[in-house]
Design a protein around this ligand. Sequence first.
Ligand SMILES: [Zn+2]
Length: 382
Amino acid sequence: MYSLSLYMLFNEVIGNKELKSQLIHTIQSKRISHAQLFLENEGSGGFALALAYVRYLLCENKNEDDACGTCRNCTRMDKLEHPDVHFSFPIHASKTDKINTSDDVLPIFRNLVKTNPYFGLEDWYQELGNSNKQGNIPVEEAHLISKKLSLKSFEGGYKVLIMWLPEFMKGPASNNLLKLLEEPPNNTLFILVSQKADNIISTILSRTQIIRILPPKNDEIKSYLVSEYGLNEIEAENNTHLSERNITEAIRLSQQLESSSFNIENFVHWMRICYKRSVPDTIDWVEQMAKSGRETQKSFLKFCLQMFRNSIVGHYTQGETVVMTADQRSFLEKFSPYINHNNIVLLSKAIDDAHYHIERNANPKILFMDLSLKIFLQLKKA
Ligand SMILES: [Zn+2]
């Protein structure tokens, strides 16, 4: 469902129409301030806008109002692999995992940006595998940045640093960046995309030009959810309203909706084939599951656990916002007696174990086949 289209042309970035023209104008009139702070509330598209701006700057064949999208530099920007464009962002530094700077997790970051250019901090931490741990931009990162920017540019033009959330720098890192801003190497452009200017030292703030990014309008969010996430009008309206003009949040809500309808459909299908003990159907299903991502598999297993527990209390929708079709509901009503006090403990344990092993990179084909066989046996007992 997620699109992997071009990232990012100005006309693809949601909202901020006037600001886009202003930004384009600064490039056309060659009045580019060397340090700019894109200041936004989460979910206003600041990072996507920074990408569009840099792309326009570097495009070899720009139009009046947008980059060409096809030149060599545009193609490199699509992949987020332009040799003169550097990214910096909060990380979970770890000596044991050899994560010292943004570069060590850059492929994960690129992937997230390509999947959802309106990602937020929560989404990023989830990608890093630890939603609860605070990130930071360590001093090693600041050293690396000065090293990169002191080199000659590959293309003879601008060298760019896009730093996402500079507020995550502590004292030593901030001081290093400040030094760079005070005495910038030739032809460098710093774009800091911040959601909390209060947490940035004032000497850095006073060195930057502040660009305010406005939250997108409701109808802009709504049509994005319809076109990119396949929501119907009512769902899109609903998520837009709940998000309070935060596109990041609106997308999160839409992803949850998408995964909840996938989970219920998948659960009903799986239990049907387990109940019938159909081996060929199970093999097909296992193949499909193995192809889905690890996060999808984990979320599905959690969902199954919840469904088994709900069977015991005879309440499928308890504490959950599961929207079911009449067909799914009637299957579950007939199925529910097969989950009971005799098998719930073993079933729960089997699911829990599978979840544990997926986190540790177990082979998903073997894992889901084994799990299906365990469920065959437990349903038989019932
Ligand atoms: Zn171009």
